[in-house]
Design a protein around this ligand. Sequence first.
Ligand code: HXC
Length: 261
Amino acid sequence: MEYQNILVETRGAVGWIQLNRPEAMNALSMALVSEVGQAIEAFQADDEVGAMVITGNEKAFAAGADIKDMEGQDFIDLFLADFPYNRRDGWDSLNTARKPIIAAVSGFALGGGCEMAMACDFILAADTARFGQPEINIGTIPGAGGTQRLTRAVGKAKAMEMCLTGRMMDAEEAERAGLVSRILPAEELEAEALKVAGKIAKMSRPAVYMAKEAVNVAFESSLQEGLRFERRAFASTFATEDQKEGMNAFVEKRKPDFKHR
Ligand code: HXC
């Protein structure tokens, strides 16, 4: 597959996606997001890949949806297309991927860029990262999860202030608020993201899928329902060969050799 707006490669067992429109701060044109969706689908279908990373460049993860793309759109265009959750748009592939996706963020992650990072399973941030939902500055509001995921991640006060004023958060504030899992020196971000994704890719894939699903249920259910889901998923890992291998390896003081079965 030839991509025009992203760079895609397989690094070991990691599917690597780099947003690549540096001249436009990686603005998320519809073509770019559609390519991201296609790359995710391809990595999801590739048995050799166990986890993915989405990253940008040192200045920008992405400075939002491409304003020049959107400028001429009307309500009816967006409404009928159900933008941006139409399958063709790419966001759906990001939202429904079963393999974990890490966002490695340097520089600006604004608007749709912040939303794309938050749609990933967790965010590793460079010390240069800046997060924001500045749509209000251009007369609109977040449209790809910003008002929902940011609020769940950092709470109402910060999410409300950011969405109403467009104020950005730096990496330290984002870590304090729980938006990112860790901050790294910018020059170490890529290597660390690759290392973490590689580590996940080596784990038992069914266990990884179940862990991801179970954590996500926490956002969709009551505590009791979530606990029940977790318990059932936990028990079902005991039907896998990997659980036998993992526990056996521990008892025999060796490294497990997971077969993803
Ligand atoms: C299109 C963009 C862009 C964007 C930057 N560029 N952001 N083009 N859409 N979102 C382009 C600029 O037009 C410029 O192109 C080039 O990238 C460099 O940007 P500058 O503004 O010159 O850089 P700088 O002064 O360093 O400022 C960086 C910035 C600023 C703070 C990130 O560019 C900015 O505020 N961008 C817009 C951020 C934003 O409002 N995002 C939300 C979009 S709405 P030229 O050709 O002039 O050199 C959204 C809704 C999502 O995301 C809905 C669901 C999908």
